[in-house]
Design a protein around this ligand. Structure first.
Ligand code: SAM
Length: 208
């Protein structure tokens, strides 16, 4: 599995890490213009580290749902094209604005990802949706945002089963999420994000 152009493996402290080129955002180690991308702090980083085929080559237009303070989406904007970052909580969104300041291609949207009609006038058709909202109804959020995704695009979804139901067996939640997604998406891969995020699994899908 190849990494997108703009994502490299580089040495930090004698170990190989993923890295992108851009302004640091969260105190991560840097080497010249390169910044370390820690897969333990990023589900998309974990997908790359695990060799999951994301279909990303670099330079894609991306809609990122659940941007928080911008840890992962800042790396995405380092290698991608226009990157729309949706986050509904005001507090992390302030730091997201700081991450976006030096990145002319990163557009923060203080919006609810369950209400895509509130940002449909801003977001253009995208090559990839990256979603990490970790709240109940994760599959429904992916369905609601399908409208933005090109027909040959990719959905890269991190799912936290405990956010759906704290007591239900995670494998049952996983099956239900996949079943819900199948209304609009063909599932290409489903994989645990262990050892980086023990309580999450990743899904790669494409529109039906
Ligand atoms: N993806 C981030 C990263 O790797 O840097 C971490 C995301 S954190 C696990 C989940 C984020 O999703 C939280 O900041 C939360 O406020 C946001 N979120 C949850 N539900 C949302 C919704 N419906 N619309 C927008 N953001 C949402």
């Amino acid at each position: 599995m190849s990494l997108p152009e703009g994502v490299e493996r580089r040495s930090f402290g004698g170990n190989e890490w993923l890295a992108t080129e851009g302004e640091p955002v969260y105190g991560e180690p840097t080497d010249g213009s390169w910044r370390r991308w820690d897969p333990r702090r990023s589900k998309l980083g974990a997908m790359f580290e695990l060799g999951i085929d994301t279909g990303l080559d670099g330079d894609e237009t991306v809609l990122y749902l659940g941007a928080a303070a911008g840890t992962t989406v800042s790396h995405v904007a380092d290698f991608a094209g226009p990157t729309y970052a949706v986050e509904f909580a005001a507090r992390p969104a302030r730091e997201l604005l700081d991450a976006a300041a030096p990145r002319g291609n990163l557009f923060p949207l203080l919006k609810d990802a369950r209400k895509p009609e509130t940002y449909a006038h801003v977001v253009e058709p995208v090559d990839a949706i990256v979603q990490d909202v970790a709240t109940r109804g994760q599959a429904k959020v992916a369905l609601a945002n399908r409208r933005f995704l090109e027909d040959d695009g990719r959905l890269l979804l991190a799912v936290k089963p405990r956010s759906e139901d704290v007591v239900q067996d995670p494998s049952e939640v996983r099956a239900e999420v996949v079943e819900t997604l199948e209304a609009c998406y063909e599932i290409l891969e489903t994989r645990s994000l262990e050892p980086f995020h023990g309580d999450h699994f990743g899904i790669v899908a494409t529109p039906r």
